[in-house]
Design a protein around this ligand. Sequence first.
Ligand code: ATP
Ligand code: MG
Length: 333
Amino acid sequence: MTTLTKIDLQYEKIASGKVRELYRIPGSESLLFITTDRISCFDVILETGIPEKGAILTRLSSFWFQLLQARIPNLRTHLLTLGIPPSLQTIRHLPRSNHSPFAGNQDQVLYEEIQKRSMIVQRLKVFPIESIVRGYITGSAWASYKKDGTMHGVTLPEGLQESQKFDKPVWTPSTKAEQGVKDENISPEEAASIIRQTYPEDYTEYAARIEELSLAIYHEASVYAAERGIIIADTKLEFALDESTSPPSVVLVDEVLTPDSSRFWSAEKYEVGRPQDSLDKQFVRDWLIDKALKGKEGVKLPREIVERTSATYIEAYEMLVGEKWRDEVTFLN
Ligand code: ATP
Ligand code: MG
């Protein structure tokens, strides 16, 4: 298993996030959307990557895009194709990753490593909010409720317990802060007013559509995941506007329903009234706290933590998709 945390292609870079690298594809309006094996915890990127994580997130997102499109009428997503199209031959001549000691034909190996972590997506203007849906009260929502009985500026009924299921899933947006700045929970009205800054005419409609789609996605995904023993406690989605259609359409973008963007709980182990272990970076978070390294830069993870985290991402993939994880490239080329 290879770990790919740094990519430096000679294309025009559109964005470099905590986990992803986005490049413009020459001669096209589409983007090369590469998910690396980087892992961030408490908003800091760690020095050590998680083997195959980028490939797992890529395939899991694409699985969900297909499932959701089949179940939600008129849902549009940014995914065009999985992998790198054969037409992108020039990528073979790009420098290899500066940290992986590849054997053999190094450019070819790198090509395959990038290939399985890549999607070609439509380049769109992303709405500057994180569209969160919560089915259970946990995380920052639980912290805020405990403090003053509210969640995202909305008052909740008294007497809720930690990890309790809401009567109905709730749309709880947050700001989409720049790297290094914490996202802030906001009310639906505040979300609409952020959208208004860019779209003063149609902001109510766009906010309503984002809410409607988010709740539909959460609903379909939760029903599906429940059949596979997983509770989706909450999830974060991103949407963008495609202005090339008439009228413009709200499109689901970024990653969807992965362990990085969602809290997945084991249905079997779930118990109200306490925190739950989630199928994600829990081991890393616990280890960082234990070693007093929370929020520190340049942290290297021990092998055991890396292996357990990688196994957890694979477990989430296998439970949700219902097939064994295989790390070879099985699409295109
Ligand atoms: P995190 O998700 O952990 O907050 P991040 O926000 O820094 O990390 P990454 O996931 O590493 O971001 O990078 C993905 C970036 O690409 C995000 O800024 C996202 O809004 C943007 N993006 C996603 N899909 C598209 C798209 N179709 N067109 C343009 N930008 C996109
Ligand atoms: Mg992201």
